[in-house]
Design a protein around this ligand. Structure first.
Ligand code: IPE
Ligand code: IPE
Ligand code: MG
Length: 233
C-alpha cells in the first residue's frame, strides 16, 4: 500500500475557458466547477484524505469585472447554503482560510453557520480558501505577532507587504521577472506561498470543470511515484 497524501491543496482553474469553449457565460463555467468540486470531495473522502484545501477566490480575483464577482458571490452563497447540510451528514468539517471580512455580511454569516454546524465532525476537513492570498496571509500573520507583542494595542500598527519584503533574505533582489512556463498554467497565483515550500507539484491540462475523481487518483499516483527528500540525502 502506497502512502495516501494527508493534505491535498487544489487550485481549481479553467472555469472561464471551459465556458468560453462552449460559447457560454463564464458563470456557467463556475457553476460546472462546483459539480467537479462535489465529485472531488466525494473521492477525497472515499480515499481517506484528511485535509482538502481548495482555492475558491483569491485576493486578486476582486480585480475581475463586477458582474463576474457578483456571479461568484451568488454561487458561493448558494453553495454554502445548499451543501453544508449534506457535508455535515458525511461527517465533513468545513473550515476556511483567507480574510472573510471583505465578504457581505450574508456570506460571512452562512460561512460561520456552516463552520459551527460541522466543527465537531471527525471526517474529511474541507478547507476553502476565500479572499485568500499567500502574501496577505503572511502580512496578517506579522500584524498579529506585533499586536500580541504590544499586548493587544493596535495603535499606529499596520504592517505592509513592502515592509515584510524589506526584511526577507531576498531584500537585495528584485522579484524574478521570468519563470519559464510550458503547456498549462504553471504558477502558484499567490497560493500558499509559505506552505508549498516542499510540496510536490502536479500540473494537468484538464480544465477544472472537466476534472474527475479519476483525475484526482491519477494525481495521487503521480505523487506516490515522487521521491520526497526535504533537502536531505
Ligand atoms: C477558476 O477559474 C475560478 C476562479 C478563479 C474563481 P477561472 O475563472 O480563473 O477560469 P479561467 O482561468 O479564466 O479559464
Ligand atoms: C487562481 O486562479 C485563483 C483561483 C483558482 C481561485 P486565477 O485564474 O485567478 O489565477 P491567474 O490569474 O491565472 O494567475
Ligand atoms: Mg484562471
Amino acid at each position: 500500500m502506497k502512502e495516501i497524501p494527508k493534505h491535498i491543496a487544489i487550485i481549481m482553474d479553467g472555469n472561464g475557458r471551459w465556458a468560453e469553449q462552449r460559447n457560454k457565460m463564464r458563470a456557467a463555467g463556475h457553476r460546472q466547477g462546483v459539480e467537479s468540486l462535489r465529485v472531488v470531495l466525494e473521492k477525497a473522502d472515499e480515499l481517506g484524505i484528511n485535509h482538502l484545501t481548495v482555492y475558491a477566490f483569491s485576493t486578486e480575483n476582486w480585480a475581475r469585472p463586477k458582474a463576474e464577482i457578483k456571479a461568484l458571490m451568488l454561487l458561493l452563497l448558494e453553495y454554502i447554503k445548499k451543501e453544508s447540510k449534506a457535508l455535515h451528514k458525511k461527517n465533513v468539517r468545513i473550515t476556511t482560510i483567507g480574510d472573510l471580512t471583505s465578504f457581505d455580511d450574508k456570506i460571512q454569516k452562512e460561512i460561520s453557520k456552516a463552520k459551527e454546524l460541522t466543527e465537531d465532525n471527525t471526517g474529511l476537513n474541507f478547507n476553502i480558501a476565500l479572499n485568500y492570498g499567500g502574501r496577505d496571509e503572511i502580512r496578517r500573520a506579522v500584524e498579529k505577532i506585533v499586536e500580541q507583542e504590544r499586548g493587544g494595542n493596535r495603535e499606529g500598527l499596520t504592517v505592509t507587504e513592502k515592509e515584510i519584503e524589506r526584511h526577507l533574505d531576498t531584500r537585495d533582489l528584485p522579484d524574478p521577472d521570468l519563470l519559464i512556463r510550458t503547456s498549462g498554467e504553471m504558477r502558484l497565483s499567490n497560493y500558499l506561498l509559505w506552505q508549498l515550500a516542499y510540496t510536490e507539484l502536479v500540473f494537468t491540462e484538464t480544465l477544472w470543470p472537466d476534472f474527475t475523481g479519476e483525475d484526482l487518483e491519477k494525481a495521487i499516483e503521480e505523487y506516490q511515484n515522487r521521491d520526497r527528500r526535504f533537502g536531505k540525502l
